[in-house]
Design a protein around this ligand. Structure first.
Ligand SMILES: [Zn+2]
Length: 99
């Protein structure tokens, strides 16, 4: 019981740092001690290792997505028309019916 509680606390601790660990964010770096503790935990905890893998895959997907070319003019025009339609509708700014 005590060990599973300890495990849970470590999971939460790791989850809160996983993003920064994977990002290696230079503005919010983890200490070498924190990195060692996360790596130690990922080696023994399948749940957090899975999360780390998913975050890592997500990072790759997002990196690929942001490198896509700018949307073409036709899509932008369509989007503007759609927004005009939304804002020009008889509904108020918060979606409620106007009298
Ligand atoms: Zn864990």
């Amino acid at each position: 019981m005590r060990s599973s509680l300890r495990q849970m606390v470590t999971c939460m601790w790791s989850a809160r740092r996983l993003q920064r660990y994977l990002d290696a964010d230079p503005s919010a770096p983890l200490t070498p001690g924190e990195i060692a503790r996360i790596e130690e935990h990922l080696a023994v905890c399948a749940k957090c290792a899975d999360s780390a893998y998913e975050l890592h895959a997500l990072h790759h997907a997002l990196a690929g997505w942001s490198q896509r070319p700018e949307p073409d003019e036709a899509s932008l025009t369509r989007l503007r028309g759609y927004l005009d339609e939304l804002t020009g509708s008889p509904r108020g700014p918060h979606g409620q019916e106007t009298p």
